[in-house]
Design a protein around this ligand. Structure first.
Ligand code: FAD
Ligand code: DLZ
Length: 513
């Protein structure tokens, strides 16, 4: 009988774990162990993912498998259309472990509670030892986050961010923040100028592997949301690095100033379009921050751009991950406002007269991308004002964006955009009327509705839905000091005006039902 020291280990690599230094790979040995990668229905079907998202993940998985083969790893790769495909990761792990006579199974913790739970069950029931290793690709471990979070009455991102600046030393001069301030957010709210030219992200032409994946996705997911082509995402580490280089050269200098702007003629403005690469392991969060700091110190980009970018990565990205693992699985059930309305069908078609929603949803269909303010202040804001069930909203975001994995999507959606956690993540709901959208975008210019009108059949629905939302949720929000000013304005409105708002909101919401 072969001793377990001679038998291979089974190293499991998931579709969002495509990093050469992922813990499971680092613990293995190329000439001894077998790497399992599997395209399975259980992962493609837990929400109806955008076609581009599935193609992106499959193509990146196949390219990563080739890279590992070049590095002498033995790969057991299961394509979706293999007749023997068992359909779930755990079934494929069982099969591969038996086939290769493995000594133990080694995974890196998955980024979703659902799958982590399934892996833990596997570990408890399997005849072989199963190791689930920490995902070290993040700058703050779950343990560090929990010890920071616990004991704080109101843990806020800004405090966490300062801790992370000190911890990483990024943009620090000794113990002080570079430029004398931690946060330059107030300089990130400029409206775009007419005629402004926006760079495009790096567009990549599909190679043979990607073309095969596109044919597969087209055949297997014909009714999923979104356009499969043109498909231009990068699918290798080299592609992702090239995309990031382009961002630093072309967009980052202006990133800070126009971070919150929205325009119809550009889906990307000066955004990085790298979340999809970071989230599956094609880019490393530490390295991108170091490169941005270097560009700032070399005088290539202004401080508000460098600080704004680094805050998103070491602040928001790490913070929402910490909240996710701290609060799951209960977080998924949070519904502070008790919202129950179904998601309007136009979220899947873009077929609405509201120009802002139409633009953001159509762009999402085409690109599997929308930037933060489009997600937060247009589609998210509308869903919250309209009283949509937050779980339905969450499932939509998880499905339609190429960068959507539950650890990052859920806190952003449920916490930040829907305030369904009652303020664990945000200090007040991100609710806004049409005025905000008009100030930050050019959507309102060609809209069927009139943003200046507050009530009536032609008025922008965001206007009366905003006040109706505050009115409807007064018991839950009325004592929030950050809302005292707006409730003061509502209180001063005469009764006839308030009734008009309530009537318009009811009329409009009934058309959604
Ligand atoms: P940029 O605007 O150029 O920012 C640079 C990077 O900072 C991003 O690539 C991203 O890694 C990070 N970042 C910025 N904001 C956040 C944030 N709030 N949380 C975490 N990281 C952030 N981001 C995801 O990666 N996956 C999601 O599924 C996701 N769902 C979201 C859902 C809602 C309702 C909202 C409001 C935001 C969501 N975000 C999500 C955050 C943010 O919208 C995206 O990270 C960003 O739009 C990605 O585009 P970009 O790479 O051009 O980012
Ligand atoms: C999102 C996704 C999809 C669509 N397909 C696969 C797959 O076939 N195989 C796989 O290993 N991973 C896939 N993924 C990513 C997983 O869903 C992801 O690893 C978990 O959601 C944890 O973040």
């Amino acid at each position: 009988m072969t001793s377990s020291a001679e038998r291979p280990n089974l190293i499991v690599i998931l579709g969002d774990q495509l990093s050469l230094d992922i813990a499971a790979l680092r613990s293995g040995c190329p000439n001894r162990d077998v790497v399992l990668m599997a395209e399975v229905k259980s992962e493609t079907d837990y929400v109806p993912h955008h076609k581009k998202k599935i193609a992106f993940i499959f193509s990146a998985m196949r390219h990563f498998a080739s890279l590992l083969r070049q590095q002498n790893w033995t790969i057991d790769y299961v394509p979706l259309d293999a007749v023997t495909n068992l359909g779930t990761l755990t079934a494929e792990i069982d099969r591969a472990a038996a086939k290769h006579c493995c000594a133990r199974i080694i995974c890196t913790e998955p980024g979703e509670w659902r799958l982590k739970n399934a892996f833990e069950k596997l570990a408890n029931s399997h005849t072989l030892p199963v190791e689930i290793l920490q995902d070290k690709r993040f700058l703050c471990s779950n343990e560090e986050f929990v010890s920071w979070w616990q004991g704080r009455r109101q843990p806020r991102m800004e405090h966490f961010y300062r801790k992370m600046r000190r911890h990483t030393g990024l943009l620090m001069d000794e113990n002080k923040p570079v430029g004398g301030r931690w946060n330059f957010d107030s300089e990130n709210r400029k409206a775009p100028r007419a005629g402004m030219v926006f760079p495009t992200p790096c567009y990549f032409t599909p190679d043979q592997t990607t073309s095969e994946v596109l044919t597969l996705v087209d055949a297997y997911f014909p009714n999923n949301f979104g356009s499969l082509e043109p498909f231009w995402f990068g699918v290798t580490h080299a592609d992702a690095e090239a995309a990031f280089d382009r961002f630093i050269a072309k967009a980052l200098p202006y990133f800070g100033d126009f971070q919150d702007a929205m325009v119809q003629r550009s889906s990307f403005l000066f955004h990085a379009v790298i979340s999809l690469y970071l989230n599956i392991g094609l880019l490393d969060p530490r390295k991108v921050c170091t490169r941005v700091e270097t560009a700032y110190r070399a005088g290539v980009i202004p401080l508000n751009s460098a600080e704004g970018f680094i805050r998103q990565i070491i602040g928001w990205r790490e913070f929402v991950r910490g909240v996710y693992w701290q609060e799951m699985p209960n977080y998924l059930e949070q519904n502070h406002f008790g919202n129950t309305a179904p998601l309007p069908s136009f979220y899947w078609t873009g077929d609405t007269d509201m120009a802002c929603l139409r633009a953001c949803i159509t762009q999402t269909q085409e690109e599997a991308y929308a930037h933060h303010i489009q997600r937060l202040m247009v589609t998210g804001n509308f869903a919250m004002l309209a009283g949509i069930d937050p779980k339905a909203v969450h499932e939509w975001y998880l499905a339609v964006y190429a960068d959507a994995f539950e650890w990052v999507e859920l806190p952003n959606t449920l916490g930040m955009s829907q305030y369904s956690d009652g303020g664990r993540l945000a200090s007040k709901p991100y609710a806004a009327s049409g005025n905000y959208i008009n100030r930050m975008s050019d959507y309102c210019k060609n809209c069927h509705f009139k943003v200046q009108e507050k009530t009536g059949i032609d008025a922008c629905p965001f206007n009366y839905l905003y006040w109706n939302f505050l009115d409807r949720n007064r018991v839950l929000l009325g004592k929030n000091p950050r809302l005292s000013h707006v409730y003061g304005t509502w209180n001063r409105m005469d009764t006839a005006r308030k009734d008009e708002i309530r009537r318009d909101a009811e009329r409009f919401l009934s058309t959604l039902r």
